[in-house]
Design a protein around this ligand. Structure first.
Ligand code: AMP
Ligand code: MG
Length: 419
């Protein structure tokens, strides 16, 4: 049945796909871009590594001290009140030139090379110095406070594997092995636009019945965080021609995202346009918010027609679009990390479809809990802004009583599957 006929029948003829099935279909369809390029570390954040990076050196390069204190032979201070002779000092970057004999110690700072002969560091708080003599009140634990060379990475170890979506810590790891440049995959180019005759750009006053286009800003943020290249195509009116043109133009990119116009209303043309210009993979997902989601292909681009409601647009992006873009970028998307927590208040829910409510992680009377946001309307973007997690209520679930445990998906969670 054509999209037009399905809509005429109320849009409910196509059974909406379960969320997992929708995600599976998207991830089965999307394949990784293969081109790659070299970039410096400052350009590598949130890019996907194309080749393994192995350590050409031990990290740390030398056995060094974990404390400010005194380096000595552990066997010289295995009993309390040992007294040793101070013969020098080792600072970070300025090692002690000689080696240590029995009965001797040197002053040593955190990160400084532990000299030959020494195997133990005693922290300065446990030492008492009198000229050349240093007394250690407590017995030493041989080997204590010494960080062996290669403790972090040994020469030849794989520091980072290909497919990694590079994080801030990863940039540090690359620098620690002395790598100034890495091969990364080409960034997916993602075009996006908003549809709706009611939308006004920010900076322009609203006429009666108009609202500001907020979705494009949310998407700008979500896409920028992901590290993809973006092309903002602005606001497209609810007209078939305008929509066709926007989609054609956008389909030069690797992926296209629209918001609005994907539902069953009389001015909702997105899915019809997708059917005409490309292929509809599926339309409608059994979730709330986010039912009117369309997925398909136009020319070389994967197309995601997101709902117009700001919360629905964001939830569908996080659940379905982001994993697809991570795969397109050459990485392995992380599936939402779920933890089980008791809710602080009753939740009303009808069984039959999956629902995502906005929540906040709180410390309840008996430990960690999740507080559902009071107003759960899919137009209430503030609920998303104030939330720090989604409460994932599976289809079979009905009303939930306060104290019952629910699945919670924190917003701060891995984007790619680094496990
Ligand atoms: P639609 O999916 O086009 O039926 O839109 C659903 C709701 O989301 C309507 O109330 C729209 O006014 C609103 N909406 C659509 N697009 C946007 C947008 N870009 N920014 C803010 N609200 C929007
Ligand atoms: Mg609309």
């Amino acid at each position: 049945m054509s999209i037009k006929a399905q809509k005429a029948a109320g849009g409910h003829d196509t059974p909406a796909l379960p969320l997992e099935e929708a995600r599976k279909r998207i991830l089965d369809a999307v394949t990784a871009l293969t081109d790659d390029e070299s970039v410096g570390l400052h350009q590598a954040l949130h890019r996907v590594l194309a080749e393994p990076v192995s350590a050409a050196i031990d990290v740390p390069a030398h056995t060094n001290s974990a404390m400010d204190g005194y380096a000595l032979r552990g066997e010289d201070a295995v009993t309390a009140d040992a007294e040793l002779t101070l013969i020098g000092e080792s600072f970070a970057g300025r090692p002690f030139a000689g080696s240590l004999g029995p009965g001797q110690c040197i002053r040593i700072m955190t990160g400084a090379v532990v000299p030959d002969g020494a195997d133990t560091v005693i922290m300065q708080e446990q030492a008492e110095r009198d000229g050349e003599r240093v007394r250690f009140a407590k017995a030493a634990k041989p080997g204590a406070n010494v960080r062996p060379a290669g403790e972090d990475l040994k020469r030849g170890d794989t520091a980072l594997a290909p497919g990694r979506w590079l994080t801030a810590a990863d940039l540090g790891v690359l620098a620690s092995v002395g790598v100034p440049e890495v091969r990364v995959r080409r960034r997916p180019r993602v075009a996006f636009f908003s549809t709706g005759d009611e939308l006004k750009p920010v900076g322009q006053p609203l006429e009666p019945g108009q609202i500001h286009d907020s979705n494009r800003y949310t998407l700008f943020g979500l896409l920028t965080e992901l590290g993809v290249e973006i092309e903002d195509l602005g606001i497209v009116p609810d007209q078939r021609d305008a929509l066709d043109q926007a989609l054609q133009k956008a389909s030069r990119c690797d992926a296209v995202l629209s918001t609005g116009g994907a539902s069953v209303g009389d001015a909702d043309y997105v899915v019809e346009a997708l059917e005409k210009l490309g292929n509809v993979g599926f339309w409608q997902v059994a979730m709330k918010p986010g039912r009117p989601l369309a997925f398909g292909r136009i020319n070389q681009a994967w197309f995601f027609g997101l709902p117009g409601n700001p919360v629905s647009a964001m939830v569908t992006f996080l659940q379905l679009v982001r994993p697809a873009l991570v795969k397109l970028a050459g990485s392995t998307p992380a599936l939402p990390l779920q933890v089980s927590l008791p809710v602080t208040a009753d939740i009303r829910k009808r069984p039959g479809r999956r629902e995502f409510q906005r929540g906040r992680l709180v410390t309840g009377e008996s430990g960690p809990a999740v507080a559902p946001f009071g107003h759960q309307g899919s137009g209430v973007l503030r609920s998303m802004s104030e939330a720090d997690c989604l409460i994932n209520l599976p289809p079979e679930l009905g009303d939930v009583a306060a104290g019952q445990s629910v699945l919670v998906e924190p917003f701060a969670q891995p984007i790619w599957n680094g496990a």
